[in-house]
Design a protein around this ligand. Sequence first.
Ligand code: ZN
Length: 233
Amino acid sequence: MTRDSTDPRSQMRIEYMGSISGLGMYSAATREGLEARLLDAREQILDKAARILREEPAREQAAVDEALAQGNDLLINSKSDGSRRVVHRVTCPSVVGRLDRHATWTAMVEEYRQWVQSSEDPEFRVAVMIADHGQSPVPVELSTKDKVQRSGRPRRKCRSCAPDVDELAARSTRDDPKQIMARSLNERHVGGRVTRDGTDLGEVVGVGIAVVTADGVHVLSHDEKIAVTYPNS
Ligand SMILES: [Zn+2]
């Protein structure tokens, strides 16, 4: 199956194979069969993208409207990894546009179109981006002053809209005690403090071994003599 690499159909095929899993198993397929499957796959992706555009903005808009109706009047803007959280009022000009999910999606799709305008099959390339993503890349996290204050997550507030919340600096990792496996706790930790998932469990007054049996949880001290059998012995 040789094809001129300038043939646009060859280019299209490479794009399809990058986007659709399962097409690697085509070696036995005839060229016609393969092309039919590729065209079929193209249709499926166009359909999927159309469905996402039909449903997702409306679904997101309903969620935003409900959150606003419930009194969430702050918008938290964070990087995609959840770090660098900045709190805005929902009326802040720098974020208010995001509350309109239809406009946000329209702008996003327009941006996709700009990126791919010179490609062989822009319509399909845009559909792939939408279908791969499946949800808005500009999500909206709405909250209230109460929830923000209670969360304990580091945040700063927007300098421009200055919402009424306290800022919380990220703790330097140098201030955090070293993380160890619980089984490594020993008598030398007595008098120190133990923290799990950021929650202070208190001062260590003793260290033992918790054994879970069918009768319950038993705490044994490290220097206790016990007898134990292996299963089936
Ligand atoms: Zn702001």
